[in-house]
Design a protein around this ligand. Structure first.
Ligand code: ADP
Length: 241
């Protein structure tokens, strides 16, 4: 297990309001790391900071390289990939074309729009992994909600992201799809670091290797599922106990 990303003393300030207030966070390859906490705790803002969307003070280092001050596309090229609650796929294009575009730096846009009969090996491998091998030529717009989320994760994989930051990846999914997603995240985390912003406590208990609880912009607790579940400060925040 190696460390992929180290965030140190991250502060994000919106006109004097401290949305993130001195957070330290380490993401290791080999782990599915859940970020939980009540609404407004600062989870999304922290992810925004790491991906270059929110200005912050502190330090974000990936594989020895400081990312603070770098542009969004530069950070993405460094292998940090992100999904949003609502999947952002190209609805008019097929599943394979979506993956092709995500993989296709350096090729002309027109070549990407052709429907290929022979798909590149990396696209085929990801199609298998995300369970969409049978839908390669299906327009992404008609996929089921869960399948769109998997496609979006696949787009990060084919683009060689090795730190994946996923915002509520199971929102709107049924039980079976959730379990499939949890298993997929663990498979991905065998070689990469996966962080999941999540509200669903059952999903967290079933699939978290590690949990960090944010509250009021700060880390309230971090550890295994059992450690954070038994922490009285966490219980107080969640149950008002
Ligand atoms: P979470 O993802 O944990 O629900 P957020 O990171 O979305 O929390 O929000 C943390 C706090 O920062 C909230 O109080 C929210 O209202 C505030 N906030 C988020 N974005 C902005 C912004 N662009 N301007 C001002 N306040 C913001």
């Amino acid at each position: 297990m190696t460390t992929a990303l180290t965030c140190t003393n991250i502060h994000v300030d919106f006109d004097g309001f401290k949305a993130v207030n001195g957070v330290d966070l380490t993401l290791d390859r080999g782990e599915v790391h859940f970020l939980i906490g009540p609404n407004g705790a600062g989870k999304t803002t922290l992810v925004d900071a790491v991906t270059g969307l929110a200005k912050y003070s502190g330090s974000v280092v990936k594989d020895g390289v400081e990312l603070r001050g770098k542009k969004v596309h530069h950070i993405a090229r460094r292998g940090i990939g992100r999904t949003f609650q609502t999947a952002t796929v190209f609805e008019q294009l097929t599943v394979a074309q979506n993956l092709d575009i995500a993989a296709g730096a350096g090729r002309s846009p027109w070549s990407l729009l052709r429907r290929r009969t022979v798909l590149p090996d990396n696209v085929v491998a990801v199609l298998e992994q995300i369970g969409l091998a049978g839908q390669a030529q299906t327009p992404a717009g008609i996929l089921a909600h869960g399948q769109k989320q998997w496609l979006e994760i696949g787009m990060l994989l084919v683009g060689d992201a090795d730190v994946l930051l996923l915002d509520e990846p199971i929102a709107g999914m049924g039980h079976e799809e959730r379990d499939t997603t949890g298993r997929l995240l663990h498979e991905i985390a065998e070689t990469r670091a996966v962080a999941v912003v999540e509200h669903d406590m059952d999903f967290m208990r079933a699939f978290a290797s590690r949990v960090t609880v944010l509250h009021a912009g700060a880390v309230l607790a971090s550890g295994s599922v059992d450690e954070v579940s038994n922490d009285p400060r966490v219980q107080e925040v969640y149950l008002g106990a």
